[in-house]
Design a protein around this ligand. Structure first.
Ligand code: GLN
Length: 186
């Protein structure tokens, strides 16, 4: 199975390392042609404004949306989640509008307010790193909540579109990546 990691900016290498541990074929996605044959794509954390601008400039945004319509799974972590949401508070982001969710950027404060904790996910506890993370304030009909922390949504999905406000790729746990690969195979 071939999985892509959007390689524009952010925690690209960390996602690649997590995926390689699970034995899948990983490709770096820099241009539309790189999307060919992918079962899934990860949009890493980073700076959503920057990634959004470059997605547009490289003509990648539209191509990604088309592939998702054709059944490719997609998972946005942190800035990636901001780019997938259809409503963003706290700045102009050229996003992909792929999931009905309202997210607020930098909602936990500044860089020094970044933290690591454990969250419930898929009936287990996994470590999660939050770095200048957004909050998912609410989600639309049909969007399934996958995890909450202190009553707030930190992961959600609709069909094969997944958002998480934290970074599992910055921890040793591959539980979330494994779960995503299973979604990609469906
Ligand atoms: N604060 C960043 C943004 O708004 C996201 C941070 C991250 O991806 N860790 O784009």
């Amino acid at each position: 199975m071939k999985i892509g990691v959007l390689d524009i900016q952010g925690s690209v290498d960390e996602h690649i390392i997590s995926l390689k541990k699970l034995g899948v074929h990983v490709v770096r996605v820099k241009k539309p042609e790189d999307l060919e044959g992918l079962k899934g794509l990860i949009i890493p954390g980073g700076e959503s404004t920057t990634i959004g601008k470059l997605l547009k400039r490289f003509g990648l945004g539209e191509e990604i949306a088309k592939k998702v319509q054709d059944g490719m799974a997609i998972w946005g972590t942190c800035a990636g989640a901001i780019l997938l949401a259809n409503q963003v508070i706290g700045g102009e982001v050229d996003g992909l509008n792929l999931i009905d969710a309202k997210v607020q950027r930098n909602a936990y404060g500044r860089q020094i307010d970044s933290f690591e904790t454990k969250i419930e996910f898929a009936n287990t506890k996994i470590p999660a790193v939050f770095i200048r993370a957004p909050k998912i304030l609410n989600v639309g009909d049909g969007v399934e909540i996958l995890s909450k922390l202190d009553g707030e949504i930190v992961a959600a999905k609709k069909d094969k579109i997944v958002i998480s406000t934290f970074h599992p790729e910055l921890t040793d746990s591959t539980v979330f990546h494994q779960w995503f690969l299973e979604l990609c195979e469906q």
